[in-house]
Design a protein around this ligand. Structure first.
Ligand code: AR6
Length: 180
């Protein structure tokens, strides 16, 4: 499923993000940047030690990565050239700036990609696993934030939303056709 928005292809795909052949993949990390379960675990396992080594160097230099912020590393053994690690919010009822923080993940990731000359990028469904963000709300925030960014910046060729579970895939199908 593809949409064209301001000369950027917005694509919905169901797959394991470690198999992405785009230039950059996004990791749903935690503030420690030292790896974990879910998509974070999968990326570190498939990408190898080089990614963790760079995360450790970044952490030693600038400390924990705050929620909503992003850092960039090599993609090690993956097909992609870069991984952007961003930290999604833990869902805590919805009155703790969760929406704003999740939107910041997408904005700050795209800004960092732009600064690094990246033209194609794959996003997982940040915060919708272990961090328990409601999937429908998260999809709407992800799509609207990416849309807003692309309307202002013509720099990406392709932006992929990668869903791993059927529930997110179905929600994204509906939300993309409603929003784009
Ligand atoms: N490829 C694409 N998507 C995936 C993959 C994969 N290989 N594996 C899982 N997903 P989660 P979070 C989807 O839990 O909620 C880690 O421990 C999954 O179906 O990975 O942001 C970190 O270190 C879900 O829709 O991330 C943090 O501590 C989405 O990825 C914490 O989990 C996000 O699920 C972050 O939690």
């Amino acid at each position: 499923m593809e949409y064209l928005l301001n000369s950027t292809i917005i694509e919905l795909v169901k797959r394991d993000i470690t198999q992405s052949d785009l230039e950059c993949i996004v990791n749903a990390a935690n503030t420690s940047l030292l790896g974990g379960g879910g998509v974070d675990g999968a990326i570190h396992r498939a990408g190898g030690k080089e990614i963790l080594d760079e995360c450790i160097r970044i952490r030693n230099k600038q400390g924990n990565c705050p929620v909503g912020e992003a850092v960039i590393t090599t993609a090690g053994k993956l097909k992609a050239n870069f991984v952007i690690h961003t930290v999604g919010p833990v869902w805590n009822g919805g009155n703790n700036k969760e929406n704003e923080k999740l939107s910041n993940c997408y904005k700050n990731t795209l800004n960092l990609a732009l600064l690094n000359g990246i033209k194609s990028i794959s996003f997982p469904n940040i915060s919708t696993g272990i961090y328990k963000f409601p999937k429908d709300k998260a999809a709407e925030i992800a799509i609207k934030t990416v849309k807003g960014f692309v309307e202002l910046n013509n720099s990406f060729n392709r932006i992929q939303f990668i869903c791993f579970d059927d529930e997110n895939y179905n929600i994204y199908q509906e939300t993309l056709s409603a929003v784009l």
